[in-house]
Design a protein around this ligand. Structure first.
Ligand code: ADP
Length: 501
């Protein structure tokens, strides 16, 4: 594929050639036509002058001699007829190069110039038609006298006072346009065309190179961004608001987003490896200890117990990671169906109460009196609910309470999980929905509140995929309220990726 610069130059040169050819043809055609028009005008002027002169000459001779045409004519027998034009007139007329006819009242030619005597029968007929036209009056026009050659201009003049027989005279000639002007123009154009073409190609190539130079610079700068470490670099955007500076600005914005995603991905990978490494280390330590120091059966059961706990935790972590990875890829399309949310929340009641009992936390439900049917993915909403409920119970000390509320307004369904637990510091609330974020990682990883920091990230994805929002209000030591707002008519965002990891 040739470069843009080359394509621009050739297109420019081709467009210019086409314009030049069209312009040249128009100018040449116009020049030729105007030359022909000029020639006709000149000829018309000459014909008028000559006809006037001839008529005057005929009339003067007739004044002196009574008539210019003498002789006899036998009606119906043209061959035997012989008009004789007065000699002095005839001598003058025979010198004419043009086509001249003088006819009598019947259309019979009293005089035919030597040029005119050579034309064919058809042409003679059309001349006669013109000369016998009624009423007879002076006229100008064109006639086709010699087939295959340019048409003739004629001038017809009635003759009244040149004796009894002379009716009219008609003088015709071909216009002789001076072709030298248009030809000279054509030669000049043919000569100039390649020079202009080459000059414009050179100029076009220079201009294309100049305007594409910033693009070349950008390509070099982009080439220098090889890996994640150089993602912080940005392109030098030319000033102004042309396409290239807009392209540069957009590329820089895209680089910014790529850098952000890359950093988030790096953080995510590091966190995920770290999360998996910790339980693995615990497992390994337990197994090594059991192997090196022989244990009593009850001690071995204790190690196996811990091993199972770590394996379960790892399994949960891997499941959560897979859920988010699928969401990022856009592979987690929602299975939306009309679902009664009241029944769905009631289904979770028993589990929540058991969990509450274990932690000595009271769990109560405030539900609407009737069904609350909305189009949602029931399995995902159940997951969202369980994530919020387990968190609420997990982060509420014994003796506290958790309330789960379901309500609706005009457009939305509201799912609230309120607890009287440890709460979240004001500065931390924006972070709780981030992947792997935990208020106190060291304590919660293996301690009494195990977790991986993915539960709320998944909750946020589920609500977002339903076109809703999730937020938290919290006061440290007083408790937290998580509120998920789900639209009754879902926006078309099912299965949408969840954004940055
Ligand atoms: P985890 O597995 O750690 O619970 P989550 O994503 O569910 O992960 O929660 C992230 C962090 O948000 C938790 O580690 C905790 O610090 C905080 N958090 C979540 N829910 C509550 C709550 N109800 N009360 C107080 N803190 C909470």
């Amino acid at each position: 594929m040739p470069s843009i610069g080359f394509r621009l130059t050739t297109s420019y040169a081709l467009a210019l050639s086409a314009t030049m050819i069209a312009f040249g043809a128009a100018v040449y055609w116009e020049r030729t036509a105007s030359t022909a028009r000029e020639a006709e005008l000149q000829l018309d002027g000459r014909l008028v002058a000559e006809v006037e002169f001839t008529r005057t000459a005929l009339e003067q001779v007739a004044k002196r001699t009574g008539t210019v045409a003498s002789g006899m004519r036998i009606l119906g027998r043209e061959a035997d007829t012989s008009w004789v034009l007065a000699n002095e007139v005839r001598a003058y007329l025979e010198g004419l190069r043009d086509y001249l006819w003088i006819v009598d009242e019947t259309g019979y030619p009293i005089f035919t110039s030597s040029a005119a005597s050579g034309i064919g029968g058809e042409a003679v007929k059309s001349v006669k038609n013109v000369m016998l036209r009624q009423p007879l009056q002076q006229a100008q026009g064109t006639l086709d006298l010699v087939p295959g050659s340019a048409r003739f201009r004629y001038y017809l003049m009635p003759v009244d006072s040149a004796g009894p027989h002379v009716r009219a005279l008609l003088l015709a000639a071909q216009p002789q346009p001076d072709d030298r002007g248009p030809q000279q123009l054509l030669i000049t154009m043919i000569f100039m065309a390649p020079i202009i073409l080459v000059a414009s190609a050179v100029l076009g190539s220079w201009l294309a190179g100049r305007s594409l130079q910033p693009v070349d610079v950008m390509i070099e700068e982009l080439r220098a961004i090889q890996d994640g470490r150089s993602l912080h670099r940005r392109l030098a955007v030319p000033t102004g608001d042309d396409e290239i500076s807009r392209l540069g600005t957009q590329l820089n914005a895209m680089l910014g987003r790529v850098e952000q995603s890359f950093m988030a991905l790096r953080r995510f990978t590091a966190d995920a490896s770290h999360e998996l490494k910790t339980p693995l280390m615990v497992l390994r330590a337990g197994v090594e200890r059991s192997l090196t120091h022989p244990k009593t059966p009850s001690e071995i059961v204790g190690v196996l117990d811990e091993t199972l706990r770590q394996i379960n935790q790892m399994g949960e972590l891997v499941t959560n990671l897979l859920t988010l990875a699928r969401a990022d890829e856009g592979r987690s399309a929602l299975q939306v169906s009309q679902t009664d949310l009241r029944a769905l929340v009631l289904d979770a009641k028993e589990t929540a109460e058991i969990l509450g009992e274990q932690q000595e936390v009271s769990v109560t439900f405030e539900l609407p009196a009737s069904r609350l049917v909305v189009p949602v993915d029931a399995a995902r909403i159940r997951q969202l609910l369980m994530n919020l409920i387990t968190n609420a119970i997990k982060y509420t000390p014994a003796g506290g309470r958790v309330v789960i509320r379901l309500s609706e307004d005009v457009d939305n369904v509201l799912l609230e999980v309120q607890d009287s637990g440890i709460g979240i510091a004001p500065g931390d609330t924006p972070n709780v929905f981030e992947r792997f974020w935990r208020a106190d990682p060291a304590r919660t990883r293996t301690g009494d509140r195990p977790g991986s920091g993915l539960g709320l990230a998944i909750a946020k994805w589920i609500v977002g995929a339903h076109g809703g929002t999730i937020g938290v209000q919290s006061r440290p030591g007083r408790g937290s309220t998580f509120t998920a707002t789900l639209p009754k008519v879902p926006a078309d965002s099912s299965g949408a990726p969840f954004g940055d990891p």
